[in-house]
Write a protein that binds this ligand. Structure first.
Ligand code: 4AD
Ligand code: MG
Length: 478
């Protein structure tokens, strides 16, 4: 008999049918006469209850059915006698596929801390929480491709190994095959990069944007969706050294079109999650509610599903960086010196400022535009005021910056001038500048941090808990 997924059994009426299921034991309880095994196969957050009449099975076998063990069970699906589930399986055959020594298996049926589970990230998929998170992460990845495909965008694979630093922030991981202890040197004692694998200095990409622009200026609308690497030493709940980014890039889009797309895109994903990940979201919402109970009333945040619906049903506020600075300067925390970082025209906004604007002032996602050119990358569209650039950051509740993007400078002359001012090596980026030499047009794009978005949708508090194997400073286990 062919194996059935537990999700199919629980969502369609299969009572009266025989079935085979395979999965991992969540719990086993029962009496001398009957054992109830809660079985999960990862297809859904819900378990199938397998009822085993102890008289029918070898005692030794039943003893080995412990939390974490893998079994195959065959039997008749019946309407459940107990509460909590509609259908259960009356087991006729049980096969033990893999034991899990209860003395050693770390994931026991009790509440484990997220820190403990991070140390056991290889097994944390077995918990309800991480099962839900990774099913939602999958659904979001799928919905991203669906969204862009429906809009006629092409998925472009930009390189992981590159010689350029798109963001100009110098936070790159070097890629080299040179011997670290005895590297080849040039006559004047410098590292001889001509001997390296690619014959020049290369690194892991910090963004696929520059290559993405090349695609957009021919294919019209493209997006990338791949891993990105940043060697920034930020040990926060919102930074990873390896994260996934979605970067759409569109010819003929100005900043307004770019903002419209960012808003439509994030809302589409949230709607997809609400419609397709209901059970997992409800589980996570409940989990969050329990956690929030321990917080003082005024620090509790909105319930997860309410929060998602709120973002879906409200227009994002759009204001300039300059307006944001004014609001911050007039704010209570500023006047009471509660902000840790300074607020002045020209400073880069910190997460405390972004969160104030979103959570306290507007109580709504905010798109900030027209940042000072000094704090943004060389490729952004230069505004007529000579002070600001056509940048846009989308700020979300609990997260702060979730998207960074801009209209791009399409004038060769202006772009070259800015690169010179910022010491960006024009000769190495000759291929990028060629797009401005041949058929340049107005174009725009942005980058959505995938993990920050999954963090928002799942309501989890730490970015390390929404990527399977987090890479952070001093941590590359598994
Ligand atoms: O604002 P960023 O640096 O923008 C770019 O890389 C542009 N090239 C994007 C573009 O216009 N095509 O990064 C974009 C987003 C941020 O808003 C944030 O959500 C996420 O990427 N991000 C990180 N996520 C996790 N860990 C980190 N260290 C991140 N750095 C950026
Ligand atoms: Mg940014």
């Amino acid at each position: 008999m062919e194996r059935q997924k537990i999700k199919d059994i629980l969502t369609t009426d299969k009572t009266g049918e025989k079935s085979v299921v395979k999965g991992w034991v969540k719990t086993k309880r029962g009496s001398k006469n009957v054992n109830f095994i809660a079985l999960n196969d990862g297809s859904t957050i819900h378990n199938l209850q397998v009822v085993a009449d102890t008289a029918k099975f070898d005692e030794e076998l039943l003893n080995q059915i412990t939390t974490g063990a893998a079994i195959s069970a065959e039997g008749l699906l019946e309407e459940s006698q107990g509460s909590g589930q509609k259908v259960e399986m009356l087991a006729e055959k049980i096969e033990l596929l893999g034991v899990a020594d209860p003395e050693k298996f770390p994931i026991q049926p009790k509440k484990h801390s997220l820190e403990f589970l991070r140390e056991n990230a290889h097994l944390r998929f077995r918990t309800n929480t991480f099962g839900a998170v990774f099913r939602i992460r999958h659904a979001m990845a799928f919905a991203i491709h669906k969204f862009f495909n429906e809009k006629g965008f092409y998925y472009l694979h930009t390189p992981i190994v590159t010689a350029s630093d798109a963001e100009g922030a110098g936070q790159m991981f070097r890629v080299t095959t040179l011997d670290a202890i005895n590297p080849p040197l040039t006559e004047n004692g410098q590292l001889d990069l001509s001997k390296d694998f690619f014959g020049k200095a290369t690194n892991l990409t910090v963004s696929g944007q520059l290559e993405g622009e090349l695609g957009a200026l021919a294919l019209g609308e493209i997006y990338t969706f791949g891993p990105t690497f940043r060697a920034e030493n930020s040990n926060t709940t919102r930074h990873l050294a390896e994260f996934w980014m979605i970067e759409p890039e569109m010819a003929f889009y100005n900043l307004k079109d770019n903002m419209d797309l960012a808003e439509e895109f994030t809302k589409y994903l949230i709607k997809y999650a609400l419609e397709n990940c209901k059970d997992d979201l409800e589980f996570l919402a409940n989990r969050l509610k329990q956690e929030e109970k321990n917080k003082p009333q005024d620090q509790r945040s909105m319930e997860l599903i309410d929060k998602l619906e709120f973002v879906l049903n409200n227009d994002f506020i759009r204001i300039t960086y300059t307006e944001a600075i004014d609001i911050l300067k007039r704010s209570k925390p500023y006047k009471k010196k509660k902000f840790q970082y300074p607020v002045d025209w020209g400073v880069d906004l910190q997460s405390e400022h972004e969160r104030y604007l979103v959570e306290k002032h507007f109580k709504c996602p905010v798109i900030l535009t027209d940042y000072p050119k000094e704090i943004k990358a060389f490729y952004m569209k230069q505004n007529d005021d000579n002070k600001t650039v056509g940048a846009m950051d989308v700020l979300f509740p609990q997260i702060g910056e979730i998207i960074g993007g801009s209209q791009r400078e399409e004038s060769l002359e202006k772009l070259e001038a800015r690169m010179k001012e910022m010491d960006v090596p024009a000769e190495e980026l000759w291929w990028y500048l060629d797009t401005r030499r041949f058929g340049t047009v107005v174009h725009s794009g942005f980058g959505l941090g995938f993990e920050r978005f999954v963090l928002f949708v799942t309501g989890m508090g730490n970015i390390r808990d929404v990527i399977a194997f987090p890479r952070t400073p001093k941590n590359a286990e598994f």
